[in-house]
Design a protein around this ligand. Structure first.
Ligand SMILES: NC(=O)c1ccc[n+]([C@@H]2O[C@H](COP(=O)([O-])OP(=O)(O)OC[C@H]3O[C@@H](n4cnc5c(N)ncnc54)[C@H](O)[C@@H]3O)[C@@H](O)[C@H]2O)c1
Ligand SMILES: [Zn+2]
Ligand SMILES: [Zn+2]
Length: 366
């Protein structure tokens, strides 16, 4: 066990968000040790802090991160010390039927969503010797972590770490929702409700795919202004507009309606925005156990579809390097997603940035 203690941002069900110090065990077989260089603060971290997604154990938060490999365990072949990597929060098992079929985002063997490493353990111990668990199998709001090889995706050294961090969640999810989940084609129409880090990435993906028109909906004027910079052709204030009525009157319904908030009330409104045969894409993650109601006759009669979207239906090893290359080629304006850059010690303020829509994505640097 390493004797070095590193600062970490922990959510503890007993006392909420707290700063802690954790030690890290070395990488075992099939594992990789990484020094974190940048970690984005995503609403999926905030869902834990607000209690939307209850946890029974203390978690090192952070699941949208990039860093440098410092050591590898026995049998690791895809990365080596010194490699720059993006962390993937849905480390696939590579053995289940979904993985074998090339659908790693549907992996049934991953333990990441149980907040453990693949063997059910945690690499972290706090200064009292108690186990602290890695959120989504990562726990990136600290200086160093240990992850399974499938969670460490090699990217070009010239990719800035802040961009790499966002490739770990929001960008891969948002662009993937367009190109993988929905498979939007040039000239198809879309509405995106909720334009935070994930929703703006959906807008970015829609521009890449050649969608038109692209309607962005949010409650924040700053976020709507950002959506225009990312390629939205129309923006609507969701607080004062009946978006479904607008879509029907102005466009005869849209081909795709993306939700990137996780609000059951908003999700329920998506089918009414669609043209016959259109699809609602659920990218936002609702609180645990939330349910919704749809007009069932309309869904069947109009051939409308509802598509779930985990991690942008992406295969990390393929999609993350692909998006990195598109960024380096100037095809995706990812720099504009980065808001404030704060030290790890300002994690609480970083969550306030997210709650108050300040900037787009705040990045924590250990
Ligand atoms: N599907 C996935 O794999 C995946 C991956 C990452 C994040 N997520 C989820 O995506 C959602 C968005 O994450 P984020 O980090 O972009 O969040 P965010 O907080 O940065 O953005 C949410 C946006 O929604 C807007 N909003 C809130 N209520 C609204 C309303 N009623 N109408 C219109 N706009 C409204 C907010 O102003 C904000 O701009 C979260 O639920 C998160 O958990 C899902
Ligand atoms: Zn996320
Ligand atoms: Zn699997």
């Amino acid at each position: 066990m390493s004797s070095t203690l590193s600062p970490a941002v922990v959510f503890d069900p007993a006392c909420g968000l707290r700063s802690s110090r954790v030690s890290l065990r070395p990488a075992g077989p099939g594992e990789v040790e990484i020094e974190v260089r940048a970690a984005g603060v995503c609403h999926s971290d905030l869902h834990i802090v607000t209690g939307d997604w209850p946890t029974d154990r203390p978690l090192v938060l952070g699941h949208e991160a990039a860093g440098v490999v410092t050591a590898v365990g026995a049998g690791v072949t895809s990365v080596k010390a010194g490699d720059h990597v993006v962390l993937s929060w849905f480390a696939p098992c590579r053995r289940c039927r979904k993985c074998v079929a090339g659908k790693g985002w549907l992996c049934t063997g991953t333990r990441a969503v149980a907040n453990t490493l693949p063997d059910g353990s945690t690499p972290f111990t706090d200064d009292r010797g108690e186990a602290v668990w890695p959120y989504l199998g990562l726990g990136a709001f600290t200086e160093r972590l240990v992850v399974p090889e499938t969670a460490a995706v090699k990217v070009p050294d010239e990719l800035p770490f802040g961009i790499g961090a966002l490739l770990g969640c929001s960008i891969t999810t948002g662009v993937g929702a367009v190109v993988n989940t929905a498979r939007v084609r040039p000239g198809e129409s879309a509405v995106v409700v909720g334009t935070g880090g994930v929703g703006l990435s959906v807008v970015m993906g829609l521009r890449l795919a050649g969608a038109d028109p692209v309607v962005a909906v949010d409650l924040s004027p700053e976020r709507l202004a950002a959506a225009e910079r990312f390629g939205a052709t129309h923006t609507l204030d969701g607080a004062v507009t009946d978006v479904a009525a607008w879509c029907q009157e102005e466009l005869g319904g849209v081909d795709y309606a993306f939700e990137a908030i996780g609000s059951p009330k908003v999700i329920e409104t998506l089918p009414a925005m669609l043209t016959p045969g259109g699809a609602a894409v659920l990218v936002g993650m609702a609180p645990t156990g939330a349910t919704g109601a749809f007009d069932l006759f309309d869904l069947a009669d109009q051939g409308k579809r509802i598509l779930g979207c985990n991690y942008g239906s992406s295969v990390g090893e393929i999609d993350i390097p692909k998006l990195a290359r598109l960024h380096l080629a100037g095809r995706l304006p990812m720099d504009d997603l980065i808001g404030r850059i704060r030290p790890l010690a300002e994690a609480a303020a970083a969550f306030d940035d997210l709650r108050s829509n300040t900037g787009v994505r705040t990045i924590l640097e250990p």
